[in-house]
Design a protein around this ligand. Structure first.
Ligand code: GAL
Length: 965
């Protein structure tokens, strides 16, 4: 058979310059070639010949495409995006790719600016092209390359003219490189990062490497800038002026993610002055713990893919900055650039704002796992040059960023000699950082033990260094490069992980999977996910598993994470005091201001500043609270103490809340536990009155045959106020098919919890109570729940006591346990006293604080891209739902969860996209005694035992009265 075409051979390419350090700008001229390019799409690699690259080619019949961009996001006529997680979307026969290989020919004509310097040379830089490109300038072929998220450069000075230059690119969607880029994300071909022409003055640097270690014992930094040409390095702030290659040691302030101290410098060589941004820091493993500048660091991290709902992986600087600012505002201090080097400007932002970075190579071969790793490129020497090319392009481009503290070989490639070769190369080139790769459990090639999604118990064991495994591994620090799968509602169990990270010094934190939902704007569905763009093979909404919604609105999961990883802990310090613990890696508390407020029954009675000394990182202090203000006897009272930024920072203004704590003072007046009417709230018991098929009891009217509540005062009631145990399963309830543990979503549905029948056994009434005895059970099962409703009333309020007794051998927990009723949709405001302001479940409730909250009913829900259970408000004491003219207040004898939405659980469950949910004329109110936890089983562990809602006898009660009561 003839030789393979270049895009199918395993080589990384030819004609490119050696990789080198990236910098945003220097005083050398540069011309951005971003903008509208002429574009022609062909269905195969060879539909068209190469004559388009000739300077006189007439492309007037072509369309255009935006660079940077992905042509598949331009609409159906350009093909479409495709999402697969692990599976390759083409037959696996490396290095061959399908004949159907969408091919985009790109043309850009340009003149040199009038002030473009005459001498020197020029370089063409392409920062990212998926999946490969062949490049011509003015009809001369420059070469070709693979490696989508890596920069490639060509020498072009000798080919440039002052006017009418023609740059031609041929881009194939599939290449041998696609086998190395099987990351869990959309397949998005195109020239998706910048294209730039750079003037290279005579004698200017080809490459340079800034070395800036910090000695925390002496407080000195040592600076040495290696450069391939002689030059000088100046750092005015430090009074430094030295030759390249020379080293100097001076007292400096170190760089850290918390205090990102950068020194501005300059490298001058030949006719170019390149700005340097120097951060002094030393990364090490000492006694099995990772340190930076001698201090243990704790990663409060996220995995970040580059994503924009309209532009795919073509991100502008404003979006990158938005990501960084959002991370800083949510107490995130670390990013893993899953699973490829990001746009290089992102790392400048990490240096500036302060984030620890694991910079990952553009490498994943996960699709070979299902093939027992047969043919895996990382274990086949023919591919080693391509792997080494990827390692070098990662390290050389990004080596001057102080934020980068670890290099990661790639993700989910199994094991193989190719990875070892990459590790060797990287260690040799840059021994100043740690090496990361999760896929090799022997840790032979890594400096940290890294895992994804281990259960809490295993993290505990690893933390105690009680884990089995190779000797070398047991001496390494431990990180979770992925944990807490943020798909849909959740992740649950974050606080439980954080406790382990804060207990064991070996556990140095983790990186939540992942930062943002990859929902792409869709003409019908609002945001589309896998399968919405006509893919024949796809993995559905598994691509929507982020802490941000696609439009970058924080999800409840991000708010939870912010609270869980807050760097200051505020706790009860004993009578009249709080205990403040500084959990920062290095910063003291001087940048924070503290305030207190005193709440009685959710109302803030007084607030004031609180003096907290600037305790050092890792230290604690006890602080006295003021004398509590006078408050109503019997009120539930609580201190709220907040830590806010004392001054403006680059990422948030003064007053931005960083941490908070609540310290209860006196609990709610204890409510009677009995569910019998006599012992409970109604003070003047009323007598049920039976007339014309109706039973009237205070403000309640019931159907005499079914016991269903028909109205409450002036409000009609739908659905009867009946027991409800079903919730629209969350992605975490559904779990991932490969999970070894039981998955509750499928078990619940299998059992029929979504189609419970309510058998009426008996309706009786006495002088002061209406009793309805029922059995609630699914068809085809002998499991059931005996449910007794006891209604009683005084003049204006109606009380419901519910007793449940499960029957049969219940082996699965219940999704929820409560009642649901339908009220008029005109009730559009909610006010409640309980935990808020956002949604919360038993294992996602750290961010919910006690208070009095108010919201429009339409804002109570969370629009997860695949609709599912959402919007519960936990620990509610009472809730009021009101229209302009009417309203109802529900009080629980004990704290409960409430959920209010304009569609039923059945409608929620049936919806595939948020746009399927259309408000009806009923407001469905769920009053839950309890809900099952959320967990993280869409990719990680399920609900921890403490948060399970096991079927067990229970009783609970609610009192309905007029609003304002
Ligand atoms: C991991 C993988 C990620 C992502 C995640 C699930 O195994 O590294 O890329 O697929 O699972 O969302």
């Amino acid at each position: 058979m003839s030789a393979l075409p270049w895009y199918e051979d395993v080589s990384p390419g030819r004609g490119t310059l050696p990789p080198r350090a990236w910098y945003a700008r220097s005083d050398a001229s540069a011309l951005s070639l971003n903008g509208d390019w002429a574009f022609r799409l062909s269905p195969t690699a060879d539909t068209e010949d190469e004559s388009f690259a000739a300077p006189d080619f007439d492309a007037s019949g072509w369309g255009t495409v935006a660079v940077p961009g992905h042509w598949v996001l331009r609409g159906k006529e350009y093909g479409g995006p495709a999402y697969t997680n692990v599976r390759y979307p083409f037959p696996v026969d490396p290095p061959r790719v399908p004949t159907e290989n969408p091919t985009g020919d790109h043309l850009r004509r340009f003149d040199l600016p009038a002030d473009w310097p005459a001498g020197g040379g020029a370089v063409l830089r392409l920062d990212g092209v998926e999946s490969c490109a062949r490049v011509w300038l003015n009809g001369t072929e420059l070469g070709e390359f693979k490696g989508s998220r890596l920069a490639h450069e060509f020498t072009v000075g000798h080919l440039l003219g002052a006017r009418d230059n023609v740059l031609a690119l041929r881009v194939h969607q599939w290449s041998s490189g696609s086998y190395l880029e099987d990351q869990d994300q959309w397949w998005l071909p195109g020239v998706f990062r910048d294209v730039t022409l750079l003037h290279r003055p005579a004698g200017s640097p080809g490459d340079f490497f800034t070395h800036a270690p910090y000695d925390h014992v002496t407080g000195h930094g040592t600076l040495r800038v290696e450069c391939d040409v002689p030059g000088r390095v100046t750092v005015p702030e430090l009074g430094l002026d030295l030759a390249t290659g020379e080293s100097v040691t001076v007292p400096v302030e170190p760089w850290s993610a918390e205090v990102p101290r950068l020194y501005e410098g300059e490298l001058t060589a030949g006719g170019e002055r390149v700005p340097l941004r120097i951060g002094f820091r030393t990364v090490a493993v000492e006694n099995g713990v990772m340190t930076v500048n001698g201090r243990r660091v704790l990663f409060r991290g996220v995995n970040r893919h580059e994503f924009h709902p309209q532009h795919g992986r073509a991100l502008d600087l404003a979006t990158m900055r938005q990501d960084v600012v959002l991370m800083k505002r949510h107490n995130i201090n670390a990013v893993r650039t899953s699973h490829y080097p990001p746009h290089p400007a992102f790392l400048d932002l990490c240096d500036t704002y302060g984030l620890w970075v694991i910079d990952e190579g553009d490498l994943e071969t996960h699709g070979f796992e299902d093939l027992a790793w047969q043919g895996n490129p990382v274990d086949d020497p023919r591919w080693t040059p391509a792997l080494l090319d990827r390692a070098a392009r990662l390290v050389e481009r990004d080596k001057n960023h102080p934020s980068v503290v670890m290099w990661s070989l790639g993700n989910e490639c199994g094991t193989g000699a190719g990875l070892t070769a990459m590790a060797r190369w990287i260690r040799d080139r840059d021994p100043s950082r740690l090496l990361h790769y999760e896929g090799d459990r022997s840790c032979a090639d890594t400096d940290v033990y890294s895992r994804m999604y281990p259960p809490h118990a295993e993290v505990d064991e690893i933390g105690r260094r009680a884990d089995e495994g190779p000797e070398r591994r047991r001496e390494l620090p431990f990180v979770l490069c992925e944990y807490a799968h943020a798909m849909g509602n959740g992740p649950g169990g974050l606080a439980d992980y954080q406790r382990l990270f804060e207990t064991y010094e070996r556990c140095q934190g983790g990186f939540v999977w992942e930062w943002i939902d990859h929902g792409l704007v869709h003409p019908v569905h609002g945001y589309g996910y896998g399968g919405d763009f006509g893919e024949e093979l796809h993995d559905g909404n598994f691509v929507c598993d982020g802490l941000l919604f696609p439009d970058r609105t924080p999800s409840p999961g991000l708010l939870e994470y912010k609270k869980v990883v807050e760097p200051v802990r505020i706790a009860d310090g004993g009578p009249g005091t709080i205990l403040v613990t500084n959990g920062h890696d290095v910063a003291d508390l001087a940048r924070l201001a503290f305030t207190w407020s005193f709440l009685a029954d959710g109302e803030t009675l007084a607030t004031g500043p609180l003096d907290v000394p600037a305790v050092a990182a890792g230290a604690s202090t006890r602080v006295a609270l003021p004398v509590p203000p006078s408050h109503p006897a019997g009120a539930e009272t609580v201190w709220t103490v907040r830590a806010v930024l004392a001054e403006d920072t680059a990422w948030a203004s003064a007053g931005h809340e960083v941490a908070w704590g609540q310290i209860p003072v006196s609990g709610p007046a204890t409510a009677p536990r009995s569910v019998t009417a006599a012992a409970a709230h109604p003070v003047r018991p009323m007598r049920p009155v039976h007339e014309a098929g109706r039973i009237t009891l205070g403000p309640g009217v019931f159907d005499a045959r079914s016991g269903a509540l028909l109205s409450l005062g002036s409000l009609p009631v739908a659905g009867g106020a009946r027991l409800d145990v079903w919730r629209a399963p969350t992605d975490n309830d559904e779990g991932a098919p490969w999970q070894p543990e039981e998955r509750h979503g499928p078990l619940w549905r299998g059992l029929g919890l979504h189609r419970m029948r309510h058998r009426i056994d008996e309706i009786t009434w006495s002088d002061d109570e209406l009793t309805v005895r029922t059995r609630v059970a699914p068809a085809a099962s002998d499991l059931g729940i005996r449910t007794t409703y006891r209604w009683s009333a005084d003049g204006s309020s109606l009380r419901l006591g519910v007793e449940v007794v499960p029957e049969g051998d219940w082996r699965v927990p219940l999704p929820r346990l409560g009642v649901r009723l339908g009220l008029p949709a005109a009730l559009d405001r909610a006010v409640w006293y309980g935990a808020g302001p956002g949604e919360a479940y038993p294992d996602t409730r750290a961010a919910a604080r006690l208070g009095r909250w108010e919201a429009a009913v339409d804002t109570l829900g969370t629009p997860y891209l695949r609709p599912q259970e959402n919007g519960a408000r936990i620990d509610t004491r009472w809730v009021e739902l009101t229209s302009r003219t009417d309203g109802v207040r529900v009080r629980g004898d004990r704290a409960f969860s409430f959920t209010a939405r304009r569609w039923t659980t059945e409608q929620l469950d049936a919806a595939a996209h948020a746009t399927d949910l259309v408000p009806g004329d009923t407001l469905w109110l769920h009053l839950d005694h309890a809900q099952h936890g959320i967990g993280s089983q869409s990719c990680g562990p399920g609900v921890l035992p403490a948060y399970r809602l096991d079927a067990a006898p229970a009783s609970f009660s609610f009192t309905f009265g007029p609003a304002g009561g």
